[in-house]
Structures are given as C-alpha cells and as structure tokens.
Design a binder for this molecule. Sequence first.
Ligand code: ADP
Ligand code: MG
Length: 347
Amino acid sequence: MFKVLTTIKTGPVLLASFLFFGLLLAGCEAGTERDFHRFSGSTMGTTYNVTLVAEAGKPLELDVEALQTGLDAELARINQQMSTYIDDSELMQFNRSGIDRWQTLSAPLAEVLTISQSISERSGGAFDITVGPLVDLWGFGPRAEPEQVPTDEEVDRVRSTIGYQQLSLDGRRARRQSDIRLDLSAVAKGYGVDHIARWLENQGYEHFLVEIGGEVRLSGQSPRGDAWRIGVEQPTLIQGQGRQALALTDIAMATSGDYRNYFERGGVRYSHTIDPRTGRPIRHRLASVTVLAPTAAEADAWATALNVLGPDEGMALAEREKLPVYMIVKTDDGFDDDYSSAFDPWR
Ligand code: ADP
Ligand code: MG
C-alpha cells in the first residue's frame, strides 16, 4: 500500500514542532527567574514560536499585539519572497524568468541563494536547490504526483536537467543558465528564523528563542536566567521524546531526519530528501543529524546536506568543515550517537 505519512506541508510536522517546543518549555518552567512572553503562529506550512525574555530583575514591557502583527508580517514577506507554494512569489517569478537573462533580486532572496550555492559547492552537490523536479517526480513537493515510484529512465531524464551550477549569482543579480527551478524548502525555514532574530535585535531585544518547524536560534538567556535547553528528539514516530538535551546560547541549531517525512511502498521507505547525485531518495542508516551554526540558514542547509551524505561521508565532511554535528545512527538493535570533534563543547 502506498501511504504518504507526512509531507512538508502536513500536520504531523506541526505537531512535532509543538511537542518539540513543549520539551523546551519543560526545561524552563521549573524555577523560571525572568519575565518572558511566548508568541506563536503558522508559517511555511508549519508552526513558529518566539520567546522573548526580560533583562534580569526587570519586567518585560511589550506591545504584545504590535509584536505579534509584526512577526506575522515579516514572515509573510519572507514567504512571498521564497515560497514554492505561492505561485507569484519572487522565487516562482524567477523560476519563470528568461534563460540567460540577469534578474535583480531582493536582498533576502539573494542572500539565501548565496548561502545555498556555497553549501552546494562545499558538499559536492549533496545540497542542491535545483532538486525540485526530482522531489516532484518522487511524489513530494507542491506539484507532487503521488502513488508512483518512477522508472530508471524517468529518474535519469529528470536528473540530467538539474544542477546548482546552472544558477549564476553576482551579488543581488541572478541568472538561470537553463530551465532550472529553484526550491528553498531545505533552507528557507532557517532563513526565516535568522530574519526574525535580526528583526528582534534591531528592536533592542537580546534574550530570545526563535523557532520555525524545529529549526531554532537562541540568543542571550532563557527564562531561567541561563543557557537555553534544547531537546533533540528520539528518532521514532512517537513524537516529543527527548534523547539529548543541549545547553545553547548565541547559536542556531537544525535537525534533519528521515524518520518522519517519508512514504512507504512495497515495504520500502522513501525519504523526501533526494540525493541529487543519484536522483533517488536517500537510503542509509543515518536516522537524524543535528547541526549547530552561527545562523539557522546555514544549520538548516548543512543538516540537509549531511543527511544526503549519510553517516560516513557526512561525518567526514563535518570534520573537514569543522562543523559541530550530532548524528543518531541506526544499528541492528537500536541507535548509536556519533559526534564531530567540533561538537565537544556541547557534550
Ligand atoms: P529535513 O528537516 O528532513 O531536512 P527540510 O525541510 O530541511 O527537511 O528539507 C527537505 C526538503 O528540501 C524536501 O521536501 C525538498 O523540497 C527539498 N530537498 C530534498 N532533497 C534536497 C537536496 N538534496 N538539497 C536541497 N533541497 C532538497
Ligand atoms: Mg534543511
């Protein structure tokens, strides 16, 4: 039987981030020392949470309504620039632009493309924002055609049309060298988190958590007056079970895993993460990979890149790039935890 268990757009992801956040709150409610306020809502087919924390000994003076409106407006703006689910988004217009014609992009879109291209190069093409047509072919994404496992010929044909090298960038300008279609699903949530973090910083806030769909950025102190405690989930379908708790501040974290976004057919699991080098969903023993980075966009993109590469190649690249990485790897009778050297300060 064919069953789409979850896709990027559906409820379970939403539930996941809610429970994920439940885990966070469990960490800060005992002995809360600082005044704090939590905002939440929906964006990018999932949920977001923002927690603002007061300075020690001071009340949190907020115009809650104005802040909530501002958050929703900023996220709507990012979506209007980067979504493949909005037909007239800036990204979708770029996807229809003339071949070999330079286009001037908004600063946020140009920035996210620059980050993406850098991680594509550094991951040997494991991360590739031109992968959309393959995502659709395998039955994920906005133009999904479910209920079919494509033939080798179809995979080869579509694979030959993609490739991040077909996108040229020059500052704010970008050009499609062939009929590629960009899909920012693996980096836009992280970028949205960074955008909101900077928006809050510009208003003078120093202590906050920003989370979209499980990608998170932490600044300053938690309501307990010390580092934020963030849970990494146990990689099972039972949601909200913590496996590892990390104390984090002034850093971003993203997790990729094949344990929730997949479909099953004939007893085979097909992940929504595609290896652009084979044109096929990833199949290896990496259950989840968590990456820490200065920005959530980098953490998000690296998590997807390392998830494509798998436990061995992925960990080797994490060492070369000195990335703090935590992997949960399937074994015959459970899971192993594996850490890169740069992760040492958080263990
Ligand atoms: P995860 O949390 O599992 O990493 P993300 O939401 O970050 O998931 O990214 C997965 C989405 O990214 C897919 O639904 C697809 O649209 C897109 N994608 C799939 N494979 C790749 C890839 N190799 N490089 C970039 N984007 C990809
Ligand atoms: Mg990602």
